[in-house]
Design a protein around this ligand. Sequence first.
Ligand SMILES: Cc1ncc(COP(=O)(O)O)c(C=O)c1O
Length: 383
Amino acid sequence: MKGFKHLPYYLGQSQIDASEIDATKEIVSSGDLFRYGKEENISAKLERKITNFLGCSHSLVMANATFALQASIVATKPVIGDVVLIPGISFIATANAVLSVGLIPIMIDVDKSGHLCPIMLSNYLKNNPKPRAVIFVHLEGHGGKIQEISNICKENDIVLIEDASQSFGARSGDKFLGTFGELGCFSFQSNKILSSGEGGVLIGNDVNLFDNAKKYTDHGCSRKDNGLPLWNEHSFFGGNAKATNITSAVINAQFEKLVNIQKSLKDKYTEIKNILTGKVHFIERASSDNFVSLWIEDINVAEVFRQHKIPHSNWTHWNLQENPIIKQRLSPYGDGFPWSLKTLQQQICPVSNQICTERISLPILLDDDDFSLLTRKLRSLFC
Ligand SMILES: Cc1ncc(COP(=O)(O)O)c(C=O)c1O
């Protein structure tokens, strides 16, 4: 048996064909790589499409989702050392975004699905000062109890930011993930459902928060109609995470494939589930759109996958409590900033620990050859 072709690029990136190549060529040949300066460009066009699709008011294509998160936090006009609540399970980027803007992430334990737990959040809010914001993380296209979390944040007047980096195009009920909070962040990095290698999009409904966040991604300024920066009394310092039109062209081409990608994932997920039903313990999904992986909780199965080189990822690297950046309060600054601002006790997150020890994701490989190799391997091992 030959090996897998597309690992670790098993989602949008495995679907790149002439449409992304032509779209990129067109932009490069036009010379319009910078997104501002021309009234109509591919970045603005893509933002309109995303806004219409998700049903939100504003969107901004960006260089990555980590900076979208940073900008979202800064948009709330925080005070240095403020606390931001995050779940005990996520990719470290969620915590890094908080730390990078001088705030302190406090982890809240997750529910059985692996997402921020509404009960644990309410308990925290009853017993502690109000945090600057809550970041809800949607894992691999699952929605968790986002509506309940949104209700709690509204009742307590706390800004909700959704880290939907892994979940573009998935819904909870009839609403897209990323649209429940004031601001939502998506990633188009190489292993996401749509990919331009690196890339992201920030969305929002609250015009003030969105404008603040947008300015922070563009040196703290807004722009005139001719695309030139406008520094005035409403400016502040900021960074730079603007997308180029090349990124937007690739995402635009990938966006046209979303429905087919989602359908293919669903069919393939169903086939794999049929092979493994009754043989392994898997977790049911909360959202029925982006079937990017099958979640399995079985240490023996993880060992079989490891021995037989079946692609899978352990959740241990998502256990934020165990990440040295959090555990040892690591910082690039000489004085340990921003950890050094406060001696806050982290919450203990036993459910996060347990899930990250036991759970693995079996990716649903989009490439047909890779997928048939995967199903052959699974059948030979489990049927
Ligand atoms: C949950 C989560 N948050 C944030 C990010 C960061 O996204 P980006 O690589 O676009 O900065 C990722 C990317 O893997 C992620 O999985």
